[in-house]
Write a protein that binds this ligand. Sequence first.
Ligand code: FAD
Length: 510
Amino acid sequence: MSAPSLANTGNAVKPEVELPAEAYRQAVDQADLAISITDARANILFANEAFTRVTGYPRQEIIGCNESMLSNHTTPERVYKQLWTDLSAQRPWSGKLLNRRKNGELYLAELSISPVVDATGKTTHFLGMHRDVTELHRLERVVRNQKELIETVVDAAPIAFALLDPSGRVMLDNQEYKKLVTDLRVPEPAHMLLDTLTPGWREALAAAPAACAFVGQEARIDRPAGRARWLSVTASVIDLHSDNADSYYTAAGQAGLLLVIADISSLREEQERARGAALQAVLAEEERSSAVREGLSAAIFRLEEPMNVMASAVSVLQRRDPAAAAVLQQALSASREHLEVLRQVIPHGPQETVVSVNINEILRDVLEVSTPRLLAAGIVVDWQPAPTLPAILGRPLQLRMLFKALVDNAIEAMNIKGWKRRELTLTSALDHGCIVIAVLDSGPGIPEDWRHKAFEPFFTAKGGSGRHIGTGLSRVQQVVADHGGIIDLDESPSGGCAAIVEFRLDGDPI
Ligand code: FAD
């Protein structure tokens, strides 16, 4: 027995116990891996029990044969070429070869070969270790085929899918989703839709994923050019099984969010067309009755002036000529009665209930209704909507009237004989919890000192100054205020008028 040698293992020097040669032999012989040792030309010198089990050749039959007797002669030539290139350079090689057992059965061998080099640097032997991976390969194929099948079906579906991991990253999608990315020109439509439909989803996804689930919610996507798109979105939480090593024994899973996005644009477009025709009629009717309302209110406002003069005259005459004062007083009272009758017949504004409205939809309606006038006046429209907007509570007809009045004012401002620059820009944006809408024209604009007066009832500068101030701004301001918003007039970048309307997302309409 050889004396124990010393081995340096870190701080303590421990004696190295030499393993008996027999133990080596038995370990190799009984290993559950097909092991063979060959000479430098691949002639088998030793094969263990597992080698016999896998190949079917008894040990006495295989010893002295070349390893090539295992070959089925269908492994591509280049594989063997690489094998021998590596081995010749004394590099280990590993790969898969198609072998044939003694009974003629084929199997896939996963093989590792290491050269054994002697003290002079010459390759004397090769150590080969292989196992039958036919079943493993079959299972891998089944999984791959299933994956390809699922991907084909998912890709062929006319519905977009996106699977988000707990951090919100899209880890799986399909062709239809990729089309959405190109069409909407946003990096991640899933994020845009979730931002619109369940704000706060990013925080909720990891902690309480169920809070992000919903069924069939609709999102409207507006683009500067082209038609609006309507998407119906369903979000469901699904279990993702982790492939991290630390989850091997725990089967720990994570929650992912599966978005299923269906394009319902054609259905909604049809509904929109029908709604558009009805809307045109409603707006025309509302415009007519509001013109009557305004006309009568203006008449009453103007009649009150001479009546106030009459009332002063009565009080002056009371002492000097009581009889004349009485006659005048009578006439005054009769006029007041008639005025009151007039006040009673002023038609009421529409009684609308508050519903959830999408401001982009309102603006789009207004542009559509105003198209004939815009075309007739040769005005170029630049429509720059926020791609998506959260809904606010409001009265749709009043909001349409409000923006139609602003667009009408812009058209009127630019439709002056000889006025060259005729551009209308309509934008919507989400800014710090507010929806901001800008109606910008390239007309002559409003002088700064008139901007506040413009909101006074019956104020108009039309015809007088050559500068523009719209009508109906007091009504516009009333509607904005009723919706808890604010309106401001400013100068547009082209020197025209900029009407800026802001609605708070948490605003409460009166
Ligand atoms: P070739 O590859 O041209 O072989 C012709 C002969 O030359 C064979 O004896 C081959 O072994 C030998 N040879 C070729 N190139 C060299 C070289 N550069 N140096 C030395 N000898 C060379 N093949 C399998 O198909 N299945 C196996 O399970 C398998 N196990 C192997 C295990 C070990 C340890 C080694 C070293 C090789 C093994 N091989 C195996 C490779 C095998 O030796 C053959 O290269 C291969 O089967 C192709 O044989 P061939 O008759 O088509 O022609």
